[in-house]
Design a protein around this ligand. Structure first.
Ligand code: TRP
Ligand code: SF4
Length: 325
Protein backbone atom coordinates (compact mmCIF):
# COMPACT_ATOMS: atom_id res chain seq x y z
CA UNK A 1 0.00 0.00 0.00
CA UNK A 2 1.31 3.45 -0.88
CA UNK A 3 1.74 5.99 1.84
CA UNK A 4 -0.11 9.29 2.04
CA UNK A 5 0.87 12.09 4.40
CA UNK A 6 -0.98 15.30 5.10
CA UNK A 7 -1.10 17.75 7.93
CA UNK A 8 -3.20 20.65 9.09
CA UNK A 9 -2.37 23.51 11.35
CA UNK A 10 -4.42 23.40 14.54
CA UNK A 11 -7.24 25.81 13.78
CA UNK A 12 -9.73 24.62 16.39
CA UNK A 13 -13.28 23.73 15.42
CA UNK A 14 -13.61 22.90 11.74
CA UNK A 15 -16.24 24.29 9.36
CA UNK A 16 -18.05 23.29 6.19
CA UNK A 17 -15.17 24.60 4.08
CA UNK A 18 -12.83 22.08 5.72
CA UNK A 19 -15.39 19.30 5.35
CA UNK A 20 -15.86 19.82 1.62
CA UNK A 21 -12.16 20.50 1.05
CA UNK A 22 -9.57 18.41 2.82
CA UNK A 23 -11.67 16.14 5.00
CA UNK A 24 -13.84 14.49 2.35
CA UNK A 25 -10.67 13.77 0.48
CA UNK A 26 -8.94 12.29 3.51
CA UNK A 27 -11.95 10.08 4.19
CA UNK A 28 -11.65 8.62 0.71
CA UNK A 29 -7.90 8.15 0.97
CA UNK A 30 -7.99 6.26 4.26
CA UNK A 31 -9.70 3.41 2.41
CA UNK A 32 -6.94 2.85 -0.14
CA UNK A 33 -3.69 4.14 1.34
CA UNK A 34 -1.56 3.91 4.41
CA UNK A 35 -2.43 7.37 5.71
CA UNK A 36 -0.67 9.59 8.20
CA UNK A 37 -2.69 12.67 9.14
CA UNK A 38 -1.21 14.98 11.70
CA UNK A 39 -1.67 18.22 13.60
CA UNK A 40 1.06 20.59 12.43
CA UNK A 41 1.49 22.41 15.72
CA UNK A 42 5.09 23.43 15.10
CA UNK A 43 3.92 24.96 11.84
CA UNK A 44 1.41 27.00 13.84
CA UNK A 45 4.30 28.42 15.83
CA UNK A 46 6.00 29.77 12.71
CA UNK A 47 3.33 32.46 12.52
CA UNK A 48 1.88 32.46 16.05
CA UNK A 49 5.04 32.19 18.13
CA UNK A 50 4.06 35.33 20.04
CA UNK A 51 0.72 33.90 21.19
CA UNK A 52 0.84 30.11 21.36
CA UNK A 53 -1.76 29.85 24.15
CA UNK A 54 -4.57 28.37 22.07
CA UNK A 55 -2.61 25.67 20.27
CA UNK A 56 -3.33 22.76 22.62
CA UNK A 57 -7.03 23.45 22.86
CA UNK A 58 -7.23 23.92 19.08
CA UNK A 59 -5.47 20.62 18.57
CA UNK A 60 -8.00 18.77 20.69
CA UNK A 61 -10.98 20.47 18.98
CA UNK A 62 -9.65 19.73 15.52
CA UNK A 63 -8.90 16.09 16.24
CA UNK A 64 -12.36 15.70 17.75
CA UNK A 65 -13.80 16.96 14.48
CA UNK A 66 -11.54 14.63 12.48
CA UNK A 67 -12.86 11.66 14.43
CA UNK A 68 -16.45 12.86 14.28
CA UNK A 69 -16.50 13.08 10.49
CA UNK A 70 -15.19 9.54 10.31
CA UNK A 71 -11.42 9.52 10.18
CA UNK A 72 -10.83 6.13 11.64
CA UNK A 73 -7.81 5.52 13.86
CA UNK A 74 -7.91 1.87 12.77
CA UNK A 75 -7.39 2.96 9.17
CA UNK A 76 -5.08 5.94 9.52
CA UNK A 77 -2.41 7.17 11.87
CA UNK A 78 -3.58 10.37 13.55
CA UNK A 79 -0.81 12.14 15.40
CA UNK A 80 0.64 15.39 16.61
CA UNK A 81 3.82 16.70 15.00
CA UNK A 82 5.48 18.06 18.13
CA UNK A 83 5.17 14.66 19.83
CA UNK A 84 7.42 13.04 17.23
CA UNK A 85 10.74 14.78 17.80
CA UNK A 86 12.32 13.05 14.82
CA UNK A 87 10.60 15.67 12.64
CA UNK A 88 12.84 18.30 14.20
CA UNK A 89 15.98 16.27 13.59
CA UNK A 90 15.14 15.62 9.97
CA UNK A 91 14.23 19.27 9.53
CA UNK A 92 17.67 20.21 10.82
CA UNK A 93 19.45 17.83 8.48
CA UNK A 94 17.41 19.00 5.49
CA UNK A 95 18.13 22.60 6.39
CA UNK A 96 21.84 21.91 5.85
CA UNK A 97 21.29 21.08 2.18
CA UNK A 98 18.51 23.53 1.30
CA UNK A 99 19.73 26.65 -0.50
CA UNK A 100 18.20 29.80 0.95
CA UNK A 101 17.18 31.16 -2.49
CA UNK A 102 14.89 28.15 -2.95
CA UNK A 103 13.01 29.31 0.11
CA UNK A 104 13.02 33.00 -0.74
CA UNK A 105 11.41 32.45 -4.11
CA UNK A 106 8.59 30.32 -2.72
CA UNK A 107 5.35 32.08 -3.80
CA UNK A 108 3.46 31.24 -0.61
CA UNK A 109 6.27 32.76 1.43
CA UNK A 110 6.30 35.96 -0.57
CA UNK A 111 2.52 36.26 -0.44
CA UNK A 112 2.28 35.71 3.30
CA UNK A 113 5.07 38.15 4.08
CA UNK A 114 3.09 40.71 2.07
CA UNK A 115 -0.40 39.91 3.33
CA UNK A 116 -0.21 38.90 6.96
CA UNK A 117 -0.27 42.04 9.03
CA UNK A 118 0.54 42.52 12.69
CA UNK A 119 3.03 39.64 12.85
CA UNK A 120 6.75 39.84 12.31
CA UNK A 121 7.42 37.01 9.89
CA UNK A 122 11.02 37.89 9.13
CA UNK A 123 12.15 34.89 11.16
CA UNK A 124 14.39 31.97 10.38
CA UNK A 125 11.59 29.55 11.29
CA UNK A 126 9.07 31.10 8.95
CA UNK A 127 11.48 31.10 6.02
CA UNK A 128 12.23 27.45 6.75
CA UNK A 129 8.56 26.45 6.98
CA UNK A 130 8.69 24.37 3.77
CA UNK A 131 11.80 22.54 4.99
CA UNK A 132 9.86 21.41 8.04
CA UNK A 133 7.01 20.42 5.77
CA UNK A 134 9.43 18.42 3.62
CA UNK A 135 10.60 16.59 6.74
CA UNK A 136 6.98 15.81 7.69
CA UNK A 137 6.34 14.30 4.29
CA UNK A 138 9.45 12.27 3.65
CA UNK A 139 9.70 10.96 7.23
CA UNK A 140 7.04 8.41 6.24
CA UNK A 141 8.36 8.02 2.67
CA UNK A 142 5.06 9.34 1.35
CA UNK A 143 4.25 8.90 -2.34
CA UNK A 144 1.21 11.15 -2.30
CA UNK A 145 0.44 14.38 -0.50
CA UNK A 146 -3.17 15.59 -0.63
CA UNK A 147 -3.16 19.38 -0.36
CA UNK A 148 -4.82 22.43 -1.87
CA UNK A 149 -3.20 24.45 -4.67
CA UNK A 150 -1.70 26.93 -2.23
CA UNK A 151 0.45 24.13 -0.83
CA UNK A 152 1.56 22.68 -4.17
CA UNK A 153 4.78 24.77 -4.28
CA UNK A 154 5.76 23.27 -0.93
CA UNK A 155 5.46 19.77 -2.26
CA UNK A 156 7.43 20.79 -5.36
CA UNK A 157 10.15 22.11 -3.07
CA UNK A 158 10.03 18.85 -1.12
CA UNK A 159 10.79 17.02 -4.36
CA UNK A 160 13.77 19.25 -5.02
CA UNK A 161 15.08 18.73 -1.52
CA UNK A 162 14.64 14.96 -1.89
CA UNK A 163 16.60 14.94 -5.14
CA UNK A 164 19.41 16.86 -3.52
CA UNK A 165 19.41 14.66 -0.43
CA UNK A 166 19.47 11.47 -2.49
CA UNK A 167 22.34 12.80 -4.62
CA UNK A 168 24.47 13.48 -1.58
CA UNK A 169 23.62 10.52 0.59
CA UNK A 170 22.10 7.77 -1.54
CA UNK A 171 18.58 6.93 -2.59
CA UNK A 172 16.74 6.97 0.70
CA UNK A 173 13.57 8.89 -0.08
CA UNK A 174 10.99 8.62 -2.87
CA UNK A 175 9.85 11.87 -4.48
CA UNK A 176 6.33 12.62 -3.26
CA UNK A 177 3.58 13.75 -5.62
CA UNK A 178 0.83 16.28 -5.02
CA UNK A 179 -2.71 14.94 -4.95
CA UNK A 180 -4.50 18.17 -5.65
CA UNK A 181 -7.58 18.62 -3.49
CA UNK A 182 -10.17 20.24 -5.71
CA UNK A 183 -11.42 22.97 -3.50
CA UNK A 184 -14.95 23.92 -4.36
CA UNK A 185 -14.09 27.23 -2.70
CA UNK A 186 -17.04 27.13 -0.39
CA UNK A 187 -18.45 30.61 0.15
CA UNK A 188 -19.00 31.79 3.69
CA UNK A 189 -22.03 33.63 5.03
CA UNK A 190 -20.84 36.94 3.57
CA UNK A 191 -19.92 35.54 0.18
CA UNK A 192 -16.16 35.57 0.78
CA UNK A 193 -14.28 32.29 1.12
CA UNK A 194 -15.44 30.47 4.26
CA UNK A 195 -12.85 31.10 6.94
CA UNK A 196 -12.77 31.24 10.70
CA UNK A 197 -10.87 34.53 10.56
CA UNK A 198 -13.58 36.17 8.41
CA UNK A 199 -16.17 35.19 10.98
CA UNK A 200 -18.40 33.83 8.22
CA UNK A 201 -18.24 30.11 8.91
CA UNK A 202 -20.74 27.39 9.71
CA UNK A 203 -18.93 25.07 12.09
CA UNK A 204 -19.45 21.32 12.07
CA UNK A 205 -20.30 21.58 15.75
CA UNK A 206 -22.83 24.42 15.45
CA UNK A 207 -26.20 23.26 16.83
CA UNK A 208 -28.93 22.77 14.20
CA UNK A 209 -30.69 25.93 15.30
CA UNK A 210 -27.57 27.99 14.83
CA UNK A 211 -26.87 26.44 11.43
CA UNK A 212 -30.40 27.40 10.42
CA UNK A 213 -30.03 30.95 11.74
CA UNK A 214 -26.65 31.48 10.14
CA UNK A 215 -27.61 30.14 6.72
CA UNK A 216 -30.95 31.97 6.78
CA UNK A 217 -28.96 35.20 6.95
CA UNK A 218 -26.46 34.15 4.30
CA UNK A 219 -25.77 36.62 1.51
CA UNK A 220 -27.87 36.28 -1.65
CA UNK A 221 -27.87 37.88 -5.10
CA UNK A 222 -27.38 41.56 -4.17
CA UNK A 223 -29.64 42.60 -7.07
CA UNK A 224 -32.57 40.83 -5.43
CA UNK A 225 -33.48 43.60 -3.04
CA UNK A 226 -37.24 43.08 -2.75
CA UNK A 227 -39.22 39.88 -2.79
CA UNK A 228 -40.72 40.70 -6.19
CA UNK A 229 -37.32 41.34 -7.83
CA UNK A 230 -36.14 38.37 -9.88
CA UNK A 231 -32.63 37.09 -9.04
CA UNK A 232 -29.78 35.25 -10.70
CA UNK A 233 -28.68 32.13 -8.81
CA UNK A 234 -25.19 32.22 -10.28
CA UNK A 235 -24.68 35.58 -8.57
CA UNK A 236 -25.90 34.24 -5.24
CA UNK A 237 -23.39 32.85 -2.72
CA UNK A 238 -26.08 30.78 -0.98
CA UNK A 239 -26.82 29.04 -4.26
CA UNK A 240 -23.28 27.63 -4.30
CA UNK A 241 -24.40 25.58 -1.32
CA UNK A 242 -27.56 24.48 -3.12
CA UNK A 243 -25.33 23.11 -5.85
CA UNK A 244 -23.41 21.04 -3.33
CA UNK A 245 -26.30 19.91 -1.16
CA UNK A 246 -29.55 19.76 -3.13
CA UNK A 247 -30.94 17.21 -5.54
CA UNK A 248 -31.00 18.17 -9.26
CA UNK A 249 -34.77 18.63 -8.99
CA UNK A 250 -34.39 20.99 -6.09
CA UNK A 251 -31.67 22.98 -7.85
CA UNK A 252 -33.96 23.27 -10.82
CA UNK A 253 -36.91 24.31 -8.70
CA UNK A 254 -35.08 27.06 -6.84
CA UNK A 255 -33.29 28.33 -9.97
CA UNK A 256 -36.58 28.83 -11.76
CA UNK A 257 -38.20 30.24 -8.65
CA UNK A 258 -35.37 32.72 -8.23
CA UNK A 259 -35.32 33.91 -11.84
CA UNK A 260 -39.09 34.41 -11.90
CA UNK A 261 -39.33 35.79 -8.37
CA UNK A 262 -41.59 32.81 -7.73
CA UNK A 263 -39.97 32.06 -4.37
CA UNK A 264 -38.45 34.23 -1.68
CA UNK A 265 -34.85 33.87 -0.56
CA UNK A 266 -35.70 32.44 2.82
CA UNK A 267 -37.93 29.75 1.34
CA UNK A 268 -35.20 29.02 -1.18
CA UNK A 269 -32.53 28.67 1.46
CA UNK A 270 -34.65 26.39 3.62
CA UNK A 271 -34.52 23.83 0.83
CA UNK A 272 -30.73 23.73 1.19
CA UNK A 273 -30.54 24.19 4.96
CA UNK A 274 -32.36 20.95 5.69
CA UNK A 275 -29.63 19.03 3.84
CA UNK A 276 -26.84 20.78 5.72
CA UNK A 277 -28.50 20.05 9.04
CA UNK A 278 -29.01 16.41 8.03
CA UNK A 279 -25.38 16.05 7.00
CA UNK A 280 -24.18 17.46 10.31
CA UNK A 281 -26.50 15.42 12.56
CA UNK A 282 -24.50 12.16 12.63
CA UNK A 283 -21.23 14.10 12.90
CA UNK A 284 -22.54 15.95 15.91
CA UNK A 285 -23.85 12.81 17.50
CA UNK A 286 -20.38 11.30 17.30
CA UNK A 287 -18.83 14.49 18.59
CA UNK A 288 -21.15 14.53 21.61
CA UNK A 289 -19.74 11.10 22.49
CA UNK A 290 -16.17 12.38 22.39
CA UNK A 291 -17.08 15.47 24.38
CA UNK A 292 -18.31 13.20 27.14
CA UNK A 293 -15.12 11.16 27.02
CA UNK A 294 -12.30 13.56 26.11
CA UNK A 295 -9.78 11.04 27.42
CA UNK A 296 -10.64 8.85 24.43
CA UNK A 297 -9.39 11.57 22.11
CA UNK A 298 -6.16 11.82 24.09
CA UNK A 299 -5.74 8.04 23.95
CA UNK A 300 -6.28 7.94 20.20
CA UNK A 301 -3.70 10.68 19.66
CA UNK A 302 -1.24 9.03 22.03
CA UNK A 303 -1.56 5.74 20.15
CA UNK A 304 -1.08 7.53 16.82
CA UNK A 305 1.94 9.35 18.18
CA UNK A 306 3.49 6.02 19.13
CA UNK A 307 2.95 4.46 15.71
CA UNK A 308 4.28 7.53 13.92
CA UNK A 309 7.25 7.73 16.25
CA UNK A 310 8.21 4.10 15.59
CA UNK A 311 8.18 4.67 11.85
CA UNK A 312 10.06 7.96 12.25
CA UNK A 313 12.70 6.24 14.37
CA UNK A 314 13.25 3.66 11.63
CA UNK A 315 13.62 6.36 9.00
CA UNK A 316 16.02 8.36 11.12
CA UNK A 317 18.12 5.25 11.69
CA UNK A 318 18.61 5.00 7.94
CA UNK A 319 19.17 8.72 7.57
CA UNK A 320 21.85 8.97 10.26
CA UNK A 321 23.69 6.07 8.72
CA UNK A 322 23.46 7.56 5.23
CA UNK A 323 24.68 10.95 6.39
CA UNK A 324 27.46 9.31 8.36
CA UNK A 325 26.50 10.24 11.89
N1 TRP B 1 1.54 23.67 5.48
C1 TRP B 1 0.29 22.98 5.58
C2 TRP B 1 -0.85 24.00 5.70
O1 TRP B 1 -0.61 25.13 6.09
C3 TRP B 1 0.26 22.04 6.74
C4 TRP B 1 1.31 20.99 6.64
C5 TRP B 1 2.42 20.89 7.42
C6 TRP B 1 1.34 19.90 5.73
N2 TRP B 1 3.14 19.81 7.05
C7 TRP B 1 2.51 19.18 6.04
C8 TRP B 1 0.50 19.47 4.70
C9 TRP B 1 2.88 18.04 5.31
C10 TRP B 1 0.86 18.32 3.98
C11 TRP B 1 2.04 17.62 4.29
O2 TRP B 1 -1.97 23.66 5.42
FE1 SF4 C 1 -30.17 33.08 -3.91
FE2 SF4 C 1 -32.29 31.54 -3.73
FE3 SF4 C 1 -32.46 34.16 -3.19
FE4 SF4 C 1 -32.10 33.33 -5.67
S1 SF4 C 1 -33.89 32.94 -4.38
S2 SF4 C 1 -31.01 35.00 -4.66
S3 SF4 C 1 -30.81 31.54 -5.38
S4 SF4 C 1 -31.29 32.60 -2.05
Amino acid sequence: METVVSGARPTGRLHLGHLHGALTNWLRLQKDYRCYFFVADWHALTTDYASPQGIQQSTREMVMDWLSVGLDPKRCVLFCQSKVKEHAELHLLLSMITPVPWLERNPTYKEQIREIEGKDLSTYGFLGYPVLQAADIIMYKARKVPVGVDQAPHVELTREIVRRFNQFYGAIFPEPEVLLTETQRLPGLDGRKMSKSYNNAVFLSDPAKEVDQKLSRMMTDPARVRRQDPGEPEKCPAFQLHKIYCTPDEVDYVSKGCRTAGIGCLECKKVMIKHVVAELAPIQEKRAGFEKRPADVDDILAAGNRVAQEQAARTMGEVRKAVGL
